[in-house]
Every structure is written in C-alpha cells, then in structure tokens.
Design a protein around this ligand. Structure first.
Ligand code: AMP
Length: 285
C-alpha cells in the first residue's frame, strides 16, 4: 500500500494507472475509520482494478463552532485498517496542500443544500462539493463510493456530477450499523456511556416510523410527531431536525408517497448524530 501526501504525486500516479488501462475507485473519508468506511472500500475494490482512499479532515466543510479541532484522528490505526482491507493507495494530504495560499474557488450546488443538514450547517455542502471536486481531479477515479448514511451528501454529489458532466460513476452503500442499531460514525467516539444508550433513539424512531408506515399511516405530521416524542423521551437529546421528504428533491412531504426519505439529526449531549431510512411501500427496513 502506498501513502501519497502531495497532489502532484497523486496525479502522476493516477495518470500512470489510467495509461496502463487500470480503473480507479475512490473512497473519500475523514479518517478514524470504522466498519462503515471499510464497507465502502470493499465496494470500491469490487468495482475497479485499483482502490484509492483519501483521508482528509476537510476544514471548509466545518462551520464556526463545529468540531474541526477535536475531530477524532488515528492515522496509524487507519493505515493498518486500509492495508487489511486491500487499499492500494492512501491519499493523505495536509490542509495547506489542499488549500494553498490564494485559494478562492467554491463549487456550489444550489437547491439540495437548502434542506435538512444544510439548514443548520450553512456552507457545509459547498465545502463538501469543493473538496470532492478537488479529490476527483487529483485521484482521477472512474468510480467513487459514498455512504447512504450521509444521504444528503450523496444526493448533492450525484447532482454535481450530473450537472458538471464529471466522468465519474457514483456508487452509494447502505448504512452500516452497530449490532444494537446505532449507525456507525467516527463521531460516536464522543459519546459517554449514558449518551451512547440515548443515541439508540435515532434507530428506534426510524423503526417506529416504518411500523406506522406499514400500518398504513400516510400523514407525515403524525409520523414526525411520534418520532419527535420518542427521541425527546431519551435523556441528553436535542432535535436539530426530523423530516419526511422526497428522496430526490428533498422537499418536505405532507402526505407520504410510495417512496419517502425519513431523515433526522439529533444532538446527544454535544454530539450531533444523523440517520435516515427510506419508507417504501411493500418493503421492510
Ligand atoms: P466520513 O469519514 O464521516 O466523512 O465518511 C466518509 C464516507 O463514509 C462517507 O461517504 C460516509 O457517508 C460514509 N460512511 C460513514 N459512516 C457510514 C456508515 N455507518 N455506513 C455507511 N457509510 C458510512
């Protein structure tokens, strides 16, 4: 496994792979790798000859007062996990390597960020779209793999790739959960044992919404109310949003349709957790 820290060397390597007729898969991450990330990597390996991952805690997607400075990091552990899963190249740039003095460009998707996480994290998806565009230009992938855990991020990236004719196929991987249902996240490491127990309210409320939908409930308000009540019954929780929306446009729904996205963001103590699920007619979670 190679570890590359400069843009120039990574581009040269990607050019050489492409010239040799090899296909490249990219898995962008912010590190502190867990089984969710590894699942993306396995999907990348299955769909291309060479697997590149990036580990970069991207400052432009964090707002003032967010957790950029305390975001968990474990580079030696990450490299070992990447090696074990069969990654070929880890792209591990510094912040100045990605954003040298004079940097002044932003990639902005217009409407999808005006929903869900974009409302409480202004500018977040501009930072994501910008860094992902840069990572595509640096690692030159044929395919790129993202998790459905960050549903809105996957939607924004897919839209950006379509709108800007980027020649990259986007693959989405289902949410990987802990045995008790909590969606895996690097941020779970912030939780105290008591908060960790409360954090189960996200998955429990998703399960409740599925049961209501299966029993025929189609009024968004009544499902949202039940979800909010369940979350609020757990200590340390503070709801950022709970939404039922169209899975493509992310517009809020009043009456549910065949396919609906339930998405929620909940602060548990100081930790902001997100989760989501598709409520679909004729299928179980
Ligand atoms: P992050 O390091 O949190 O920026 O995540 C990097 C990638 O891993 C993103 O595409 C995430 O959506 C994905 N990811 C993170 N956690 C999970 C999970 N529990 N299941 C599936 N994908 C995940």
């Amino acid at each position: 496994m190679e570890v590359i820290t400069t843009v120039q060397e990574m581009q040269q390597k990607a050019n050489a792979l492409r010239a040799a007729g090899r296909t490249i898969a990219l898995v962008p991450t912010m590190g502190f790798l867990h089984e969710g990330h590894l699942e993306l990597m396995r999907a990348g390996k299955q769909n291309a000859d060479n697997l590149v991952i990036s580990i970069f805690v991207n400052p432009t997607q964090f707002g003032p007062g967010e957790d950029l400075d305390r975001y968990p990091r474990d580079t030696p552990g990450d490299l070992q996990k990447a090696r074990d899963v069969g990654v070929d190249i880890v792209f591990l740039p510094s912040a100045p390597e990605m954003y040298p003095a004079g940097f002044q460009t932003r990639v902005q998707v217009q409407h999808l960020p005006q929903h869900l996480c974009g409302l409480s994290r202004p500018g977040h998806f501009d930072g994501v779209a910008t860094v992902v565009t840069k990572l595509f230009n640096i690692t030159k992938p044929h395919i790129a793999v993202f998790g459905q855990k960050d549903y809105q991020q996957l939607a924004v990236i897919s839209r950006m790739v379509m709108d800007l004719d980027m020649d990259v196929q986007i693959i989405g991987v289902p949410i990987v959960r802990e045995p008790d249902g909590l969606a895996m996240s690097s941020r779970n490491s912030y939780l105290s044992p008591e908060e960790r127990r409360s954090a189960l309210c996200l998955k429990k409320s998703i399960d409740l919404a599925h049961r209501m939908f299966q029993h025929g409930e189609r009024r968004a308000d009544s499902i949202l109310e039940a979800v909010r009540t369940l979350v609020e019954d757990h200590p340390f929780t503070n709801i950022d949003y709970v939404a039922l929306c169209d899975p493509v446009t992310l517009d809020n729904l009043k009456i549910l349709k065949q396919e609906n996205l339930l998405a929620l963001a909940v602060r548990v103590g100081n930790t902001r957790l997100i989760d989501n699920s598709i409520l679909r007619e004729g299928s179980n979670p």
